[in-house]
Design a protein around this ligand. Structure first.
Ligand SMILES: [Fe+2]
Ligand SMILES: [Fe+2]
Length: 155
């Protein structure tokens, strides 16, 4: 498996959670459960993806700007996650903000899958693509297990 496929598997998980959470209401058990899941998936993925997809690209002429752009969007998502945690789940504001987050996530995943992956294929060798996939998946597994403590800055 290459890094792009490994990431795509987790993007699909995120998209599934996004589709479900926008249909929830109030402080229902369903919404609470989905919010924890989505937050975990987004946080763990951002760390592992920055490490095993973006970081090596930062030093390349071809992809430096894209890598910076992608990581800046991770930061914007972090801020929306923080805002949601600070907002009463029963308020209309919470749904409005989660819709903003979902829109941002969908846009970001599209950038990565339709644009960045294509360009990265000219940068990474096949061996690198496979090694990055393995490291990415190992990190996801470890970090999911120990989330939220696994995220730098979360403890
Ligand atoms: Fe990303
Ligand atoms: Fe991603």
């Amino acid at each position: 498996m290459k890094i792009y496929e490994a990431i795509k598997v987790d993007h699909d998980i995120q998209r599934g959670l996004c589709d479900k959470i926008v249909k929830t209401s109030g402080a229902s058990e369903e919404r609470k459960k989905l919010w924890v899941e989505l937050k975990k998936e987004l946080e763990v993925h951002a760390v592992a993806e920055e490490r095993y997809f973006y970081s090596p690209l930062i030093d390349t002429d071809k992809m430096q700007e894209d890598a910076r752009h992608g990581m800046a969007e991770h930061h914007e998502m972090d801020e929306l996650i923080q805002e949601l945690d600070d907002t009463d789940m029963t308020s209309p504001q919470w749904l409005a903000t989660v819709l903003k987050l979902v829109e941002k996530v969908n846009h970001h995943l599209k950038d990565e899958e339709k644009d960045f992956f294509k360009k990265a294929k000219d940068v990474y060798t096949e061996d690198e693509e496979a090694a990055l996939a393995k490291d990415y998946k190992d990190t996801m597994r470890e970090y999911r297990k120990t989330w939220p403590e696994s995220i730098p800055g979360n403890n």
